[in-house]
Ligand binder design. Structure first.
Ligand code: NAP
Length: 456
């Protein structure tokens, strides 16, 4: 598989990179293993902190060129690319500041003697990461694990190789020793070899259900722990006592951010009868204001999708939904008469449970709109999904919002907001959205050995 940067706005291939050879791969594995055993795990938190803090500083200094790389490789609006760079730097800082406290030894109360649990690093970790947030995805894997004393190797998505290299360079320039952070341009066969390699201790994947199932099965065969951050089809519930304008505003951001290509995008908009007509009218009107253009231009509001393939899949899904009875309220087609992989902002309704779309993830600016009779019906519909990543509830009664949130089968529920990730908040899902958590204190506990030391 060739790693290739293709600009989704112009369609031009900017750069291609070849997969590394078996000998190069072995060399990189060797270096990572040696770095872990003879250097990185021996360093103090303070020493690791200096390097991650430096990486965060460098990332902020390089914000503009690093953001431009995102936009050129996967098409994100430049303002959102800059936002992603800032968030990624904040994640580096967050773990640099808090890792020691999160991993502090815990004294246990026992009848006799002394017992404590220490968190020690486990070795070389392997991450398989997606293109939709090219730096944020790797920051949330690399930052906690580097601070914990593990070393990391990353196979990034084949469409964002320049971002992959820019992040590796960042850690190198920040003073990380060779082998602490390694980018790998490798094929899927080589991914399997890396997972199998005894020098690799655990695997994290963020991506589709299909890739998650394959990679987790490979890791399971070799008795290696995994975390999986997979797809989602988050419900965005609007109850009858919601602030309508606020709900519409957040639904627009939740569905249209990153051109709809977010695992936690508000993909299923579920509104109770009392507000459904007025919500739909305002939502449609707001989506009508999105204008396609050059994502590098600050005034553009609609970015292209990440690739020709992504656009093709989305158009097929919309067609399939319509063939099975869904109604297109707006959009539904490719933006006509221009280059770039642009999808019209789209609203689908009348999606019955028998429609395949009902259980699918739409990875682009396509909202599924559902009208329900009351709160109970909204919760039932929200939970009638193979996914369980995030969700939103809009109500002016916060206690009611919390009660509803508890009934939703997902890893995250936001009240009166779409889902916005932040370093201190745990991120992850249940059901087919995967298992394990990234970010927050929870994210640094996934790949450490909780070792009991007992003194008699
Ligand atoms: P994808 O195809 O699964 O790709 C993700 C990563 O997995 C890429 O590096 C990809 O490599 C690799 N990969 C794919 N098939 C593989 C295989 N058989 N063996 C080894 N590696 C494999 O995902 P995508 O469609 O690009 O990304 C979008 C999906 O990711 C959506 O479902 C989205 O919801 C999900 N996602 C989830 C989260 C979360 O935190 N829960 C965050 C972001 C995205 P190549 O690029 O070389 O194919």
């Amino acid at each position: 598989m060739a790693y290739q940067s293709t600009n989704p706005y112009t369609g031009e291939v900017e750069k291609t990179f070849v997969d590394i050879s078996p000998a190069q791969l072995d060399d990189k594995l060797q270096r990572a293993d040696a770095c872990f055993k003879t250097d990185w795990r021996e360093r103090s938190f303070a020493a690791r902190t200096i390097i991650l803090k430096k990486a965060a500083t460098l990332m902020r200094e390089r914000a503009q060129p690093m953001a431009e790389l995102i936009t050129r490789e996967m098409g994100k609006l430049i303002a959102q690319s800059l936002g992603e760079v800032a968030l990624s730097a904040a994640i580096l800082d967050y773990y640099a500041d808090h890792a020691e406290q999160f991993l502090a030894p815990e004294k246990l109360t026992t009848a006799k003697g002394e017992a404590l649990v220490e968190s020690s690093p486990i070795g070389v970790l392997f991450g398989v990461e997606p293109w939709n947030y090219p730096y944020y995805q790797i920051a949330r894997f690399a930052a906690p694990n580097l601070m914990a004393g593990n070393v990391v190797m990353v196979k990034h998505a084949s469409s964002v190789p320049q971002c992959a290299l820019a992040f590796e360079q960042l850690l190198h320039d920040a003073g990380a020793p060779a082998g602490a952070y390694t980018n790998l341009f490798i094929s899927k066969e080589q991914v399997a070899q890396v997972i199998e390699d005894p020098r690799i201790r655990a695997v994290a994947l963020t991506g589709s259900e299909a890739a998650g199932a394959i990679v987790a099965a490979q890791a399971g065969q070799h008795l290696k722990k995994t975390t999986l951050e997979l797809g989602g089809s988050d419900a965005f519930i609007v109850l009858e006592d919601a602030d309508l304008d606020k709900a519409v505003k957040f639904a627009v951001r939740g569905r249209m951010g990153n051109s709809g290509q977010a695992c936690t995008a508000s993909k299923r908009i579920i509104v109770v009868d009392a507000l459904a007509d007025s919500f739909l009218e305002k939502f449609q009107s707001a989506l009508g204001h999105f204008e396609p253009g050059d994502p590098m231009d600050k005034v553009t509001t609609l970015a292209p999708l990440s690739s020709a393939g992504a656009l093709e899949i989305l158009l097929k899904q919309v067609d399939g939904a319509v063939r099975h009875g869904a109604r297109v309220v707006m959009g539904g087609k490719r933006v006509d008469g221009r280059h770039g992989y642009f999808m019209q902002p789209t609203i689908l309704t009348d999606i019955s449970p028998k429609n395949p779309a009902y259980k699918e993830e739409f990875f682009g600016p396509v909202a599924m709109f559902f009208r329900v009779k009351d709160e109970a019906a909204a919760v039932a519909l929200a939970n009638d999904s193979p996914f369980g990543l995030g969700g939103s509830v809009f109500t002016q009664d916060i206690e009611r919002g919390k009660r509803v949130a508890r009934k939703i089968e997902t890893g995250m529920v936001y009240i009166n907001s779409d889902l916005v990730s932040s370093p201190e908040l745990p991120f992850g899902g249940v059901k087919n959205s995967g298992y394990g958590r990234e970010l927050s204190g929870a994210g640094i506990q996934e790949f450490v050995n909780k070792k009991l030391i007992r003194v008699n």
